[in-house]
Design a protein around this ligand. Structure first.
Ligand code: ATP
Ligand code: MG
Length: 434
């Protein structure tokens, strides 16, 4: 296994700098004292070779993670840890804000296709053998005498150089189809291709209908990660080449402008964030852009039924509204009518519409007006005040509030006094009131 090993010290020093390296050395030393071999594994090793910054570092240990975390806390100045008993993992945080995920090496067995694996403690060999792609199945030794030695049992380094994503064995996608979507993300982020035999395995897995037994929650989680990719436009040709559109919509989209629309959607998200920093970033904007066109709602229902999306009714309302927006907004003469149309669409839906109809000034301007002004317009008279003026509580009060809001949106009223006069003129309040 170590015949092809290399010492990565120069590369590590160059890429990560002295402080991070010293921290890893300390952990390696402490692991050695406990008789627990420790390794840097997974994405961080891949990112090191790609000369990309690795945001999170995963350390695999052959022994007890909690004991190692505890010893690190005791020996390394101002280090803290959190232990997650359920997964046997620990997060180690150093004073310089460096976070490490410690996990015990595992051996995994898949009892059925697409089911969760059965997990037992293992060693570094079994831990690398359970991984998704060769480029993610490399490890770097942290123990002092061998610090910086690469373990690369599946030739991940060569695949990385060739830009190839290669599974470790022929049943990989059948065991865990989320690896297909992980692969799609890696291919998009790092401009890699599936190795030919892995592409063959992908076809076999799709023929075996492997996404059907996968739980909706696991599928949705992977789709979310995909939709959140900044490079999502580059994933679209891969969704076609890998024949995965069916996960998002009944048939592939016909439009060739989707990458542009997604880019615009991304710009809308940034605009929204600048305007409303508290509004959560939303995967529904790219999702709506990808699925709104040329689909029958009854067909897309099948996909939606699989996803545990929090507010499906809202999503369906958006999908229903989006195609007809140019026409319905054109017909709406008054500002209040336009605002009412936007009120029936979610914020994500509005931003998706701004991206989809970016060339249509009527839509974009009225959407902005709605988000910036109309949506949060404080009412001139509230229910309490209307009751003080003599109106009864109940559905008719709600109707009056709605009428007031519309009059306000249309610029007919602008303060409490003229709102009262307006209500008198409408016959809602008696004339002798003022
Ligand atoms: P990044 O975090 O940059 O997206 P990563 O490779 O670190 O990439 P993680 O999701 O953080 O990805 O997972 C860490 C490692 O765990 C991976 O590199 C891979 O080796 C392994 N892994 C994660 N999910 C799976 C899976 N479904 N099947 C097999 N191995 C997996
Ligand atoms: Mg990671």
């Amino acid at each position: 296994m170590e015949a092809d090993s290399a010492n990565l010290l120069p590369l590590l020093e160059n890429q990560w700098g002295a402080a991070r390296l010293e921290h890893l050395r300390q952990i390696g030393r402490i692991a050695q004292q406990l008789g627990t071999p420790a390794y840097l594994v997974g994405g961080a090793v891949r990112d090191l070779f790609l000369k990309r910054d690795a945001p999170d570092l995963d350390v695999a240990v052959e022994g007890d993670t909690r004991a190692l975390a505890e010893a690190c806390k005791a020996q390394i100045h101002s280090t803290h840890y959190q232990f997650h008993a359920q997964f046997g993992t620990a997060i180690l945080e150093s004073s310089q804000g460096m976070a490490l995920d410690l996990a015990q090496c595992r051996l995994e067995h898949y009892p059925a296709p697409a089911a969760l694996p059965e997990v037992r403690p293992g060693n570094i060999q079994t831990d690398l053998a359970r991984r998704d792609f060769t480029v993610n199945a490399m490890a770097i030794r942290l123990n002092p005498q061998q610090f910086g030695i690469l373990l690369d049992p599946y030739d991940g380094q060569a695949d990385l150089q060739a830009g190839l994503l290669r599974t470790l064995h022929s049943r990989s996608f059948l065991d865990d189809p989320t690896r297909i979507l992980r692969g799609l993300r890696f291919a998009t982020r790092f401009q890699m291709d599936l190795a030919p035999e892995s592409h063959q395995q992908l076809k076999q897995a799709l023929q075996a209908d492997i996404f059907t037994p996968l739980s909706g929650a696991r599928l949705w989680r992977e789709l979310r990660y995909l939709l959140e990719l900044e490079a999502l436009p580059s994933a679209l040709p891969l969704l076609s080449a890998w024949k995965l559109w069916f996960l998002l919509r009944p048939k592939p989209p016909a439009s060739s402008t989707l990458p542009t629309l997604l880019q615009r959607g991304h710009e809308q998200i940034q605009w929204l964030q600048a305007q409303f920093p508290d509004e959560p970033l939303d995967v529904f904007i790219p999702m709506l852009i990808l699925i709104w066109q040329d689909v029958r709602l009854s067909d897309i229902q099948h996909c939606l039924d699989r996803w545990p999306v929090p507010d499906r009714g809202r999503l369906l309302a958006d999908l229903r509204a989006l195609p007809g927006l140019p026409e319905t907004l054109l017909k709406a003469k008054h500002p209040s009518q336009k605002a009412n149309i936007w009120q029936g669409v979610s914020v994500a839906g509005i931003l998706a519409a701004m991206a989809i109809y970016a060339d249509n000034a009527t839509i974009v301007d009225s959407a902005r007006l709605y988000l910036q002004v109309q949506k949060h317009l404080p009412s001139l008279l509230n229910g309490q005040e209307l009751q003080t003026l003599g109106l009864k509580a109940g559905p008719s009060l709600g109707k009056t509030l709605k009428l007031l809001r519309e009059a306000q949106l249309n610029g007919e009223i602008s303060n409490k006094e003229n709102a009262q006069q307006w209500l008198i003129k409408q016959g809602i309040l008696p004339p002798n009131l003022l």
